[in-house]
Design a protein around this ligand. Structure first.
Ligand code: SF4
Ligand code: ZN
Length: 309
């Protein structure tokens, strides 16, 4: 199979467009979309500090590398990598060493925060204390808090994440499935700034997961290919399967869903404007109620279950 653009050997058939692309043309196809998203999502006025969320997995490694390639030479932009250590043995330590390696290679400042120092619990201990739980329902809440805390700590104006097209559309469907319209309206990228919350940018939001993976391989981007031992139990896994089936039967479905979300977002924000935030009475993080979601979960974990009478 030959590349449609140069006749060289194709490395991929992009099913949703029908294009056959060689390695260089595939890479520029990815980079073009990422550059467009970076231009669209960032307001670069004056000196801007951007925290790049970097776990060491493929998505965040590709996102960090592309942010560095696109913005690294600008004098008015400073990038710093931030990593969250959830405390998952046999999974996170190895990916952190990939993140450290990338930061050394790119000359990026690197900050790490652990759940242990943030909320006093490692994920492995949470799972032991609450074995029936879906671990991601704790982990997702803690991660949001960890990234926001870290981004504020490094005085970032933006927090860039590695969310790809599949992740974004899965979140769209999951919020639909839970009828969580508020959260649907609050999905990133964020155009307005709320006090205490660092707005998120998502450079890979139009790039499918498989293309992120191929881009990393073709461009020699080191990443950890491990899978979280708790991922199996995640609701997201079920949405991933559904989406995979739909995309396979009708290529282009994910892009259509993303563009549906983008068209709906202004009306969603009109109907569900961001709530006024106050500071959590326990930890000071921005919250819509007395305590933030993370502190509520910790309270739950630390309250002994009532004994049967
Ligand atoms: Fe956390 Fe779930 Fe992701 Fe594992 S799969 S790192 S538990 S959110
Ligand atoms: Zn709190």
């Amino acid at each position: 199979m030959n590349c449609d653009r140069c006749g060289g050997e194709a490395v991929i058939t992009v099913r949703y467009s029908g294009a056959h692309l060689c390695a260089p043309h595939f890479s520029s196809f990815v980079e073009k979309r990422v550059k467009r998203e970076i231009r669209r999502q960032l307001r670069l006025t004056g000196n801007t500090r951007i925290a790049c969320s970097l776990s060491g997995g493929k998505d965040s490694s590709v996102a960090t590398r592309l942010m560095h390639d696109v913005l690294g030479k600008r004098r008015d932009v400073e990038l710093v990598a931030v990593t969250v250590d959830e405390g998952i043995a046999g999974y996170r330590p190895s990916s952190i060493s990939f993140a450290e390696r990338m930061c050394r290679e790119l000359g990026l400042e690197h900050r790490i925060i652990t759940y242990k120092e943030l909320v006093g619990w490692e994920m492995d201990d949470v799972v032991q204390a609450d074995p029936e739980t879906i671990p991601c329902s704790y982990c997702g809440v803690f991660r949001r808090k960890a990234l926001n805390t870290l981004a504020r700590l490094v005085e970032a104006d933006y927090l860039s994440t590695g969310l790809n097209l599949d992740d974004t559309v899965q979140s769209f469907l999951m919020n639909l499935g839970r009828a969580d319209v508020d959260r649907l309206a609050r999905m990133g990228p964020h155009e307005s700034v709320q006090p205490g919350l660092v707005p998120r940018v998502q450079p890979l939001r139009t790039v499918p997961e498989k293309e992120v993976y191929l881009y990393a391989l073709l461009n020699g981007i080191p990443f950890d290919d491990g899978t979280c031992p708790y991922a199996e139990r995640a609701m997201r896994t079920k949405y991933r399967e559904v989406l995979y089936t739909l995309e396979h039967a009708s290529p282009g479905t994910r892009h259509a869903m993303l563009s549906t979300y983008d068209s709906l977002k202004p009306s969603l924000l009109d109907q569900h404007p961001p709530a006024k935030l106050s500071e959590c009475e326990r930890c000071g993080e921005p919250t819509r109620s007395e305590f933030c979601q993370s502190c509520k979960l910790i309270e739950q974990l630390e309250t002994p279950a009532p004994r049967p009478s």
